[in-house]
Design a protein around this ligand. Structure first.
Ligand SMILES: C[S@@+](CC[C@H](N)C(=O)[O-])C[C@H]1O[C@@H](n2cnc3c(N)ncnc32)[C@H](O)[C@@H]1O
Length: 248
């Protein structure tokens, strides 16, 4: 079972209502989305519960959503039905895209720090090859990542994404980080969701693992599989950064 399958039904608790409505996403990429033709075909290849795919469909774009987690794709389908948006979603790992999707896209988003789920450099290479093969020539890949180099220095033990109340239940997500000695080794985040209503307090928790990479390694791998014009917002101080690259 994929590590997101069980988490998928609770995943929305990580996000505020504004994030679920795609507001910060649309703001962050406003210029880019205005610069591409309105008939552009967009792939969200780590679609999760469908937040970005639905926001893009609501802007009038033709969108396709894929993710390797059956549970996340099921949630994305359900949320798109609720949003009355007819979006095709499919279960596919990045390296399976060329065999599972018989379309090519103008833009591919891979957001939410998803690349860190590749187990090693070989998987990063096969994943980016897969994504590149479903992009048109000069098609744009947009991904984001935590700054793993910075995290290794700061080594936060706890973090949260804020509290929210839905259907009379308050939830506070708490991330508990465990850093191994070696940068390359698997990193564990235990995501504890602390709930309360008028009668009780309870918790559910999920383990999420990551395999960090350095910014320079990411750019080298993108270049090695044929991406060009790689642009990055990485700085040593930033916690998160975005990279754009064109399929050469
Ligand atoms: C942290 S979630 C982010 C989801 C979504 N992009 C968002 O920002 O809400 C990471 C997602 O990447 C997906 N993922 C991890 N490895 C993948 C792979 N090899 N191929 C496709 N999706 C993958 C997971 O299933 C999960 O839905």
């Amino acid at each position: 079972m994929n590590q997101y399958d069980q988490f998928s039904a609770d995943y929305h608790w990580l996000y505020s209502d504004g994030v679920l409505a795609g507001k910060p996403f649309l703001k962050q990429f406003e210029r880019l989305l205005k610069s591409i033709p309105s008939d552009s075909k967009i792939l969200d290849c780590s679609c999760g519960i469908g937040v970005h795919a639905i926001a893009l469909a609501e802007q009038g774009f033709s969108v396709y959503g894929t993710d390797c987690s059956v549970g996340m794709v099921a949630q994305a389908k359900q949320r798109s039905i609720e949003a009355k948006k007819d979006i095709p979603f499919a279960v596919s790992a990045w390296n399976e895209l060329p065999t599972k999707i018989d379309q090519v896209f103008d833009v591919a988003f891979c957001l939410g720090n998803s690349v860190g789920h590749c187990a090693d450099k070989q998987e990063m290479i096969s994943s980016f090859k897969g994504i590149r093969s479903v992009l048109k020539k000069n098609g744009l890949l947009i991904l984001d990542s935590r700054n793993w180099e910075r995290l290794q220095q700061v080594k936060p033990r706890f973090s949260t994404t804020g509290s929210r109340i839905r259907n009379g239940i308050r939830c506070i997500p708490l991330y508990v980080w465990t850093f191994p000695d070696r940068f390359e080794d698997e990193h564990l985040i235990e995501v504890a969701l602390l709930f309360e209503n008028e009668k009780a307090v309870w918790e559910r928790h999920y383990n999420i693992t990551y395999h960090p990479f350095r910014h320079s390694e990411l750019c080298d791998i993108l270049s090695s599989v044929g991406f060009v014009n790689i642009r990055s917002a990485f700085t040593e101080e930033k916690d998160l950064y975005t990279v754009t690259a064109q399929a050469g």
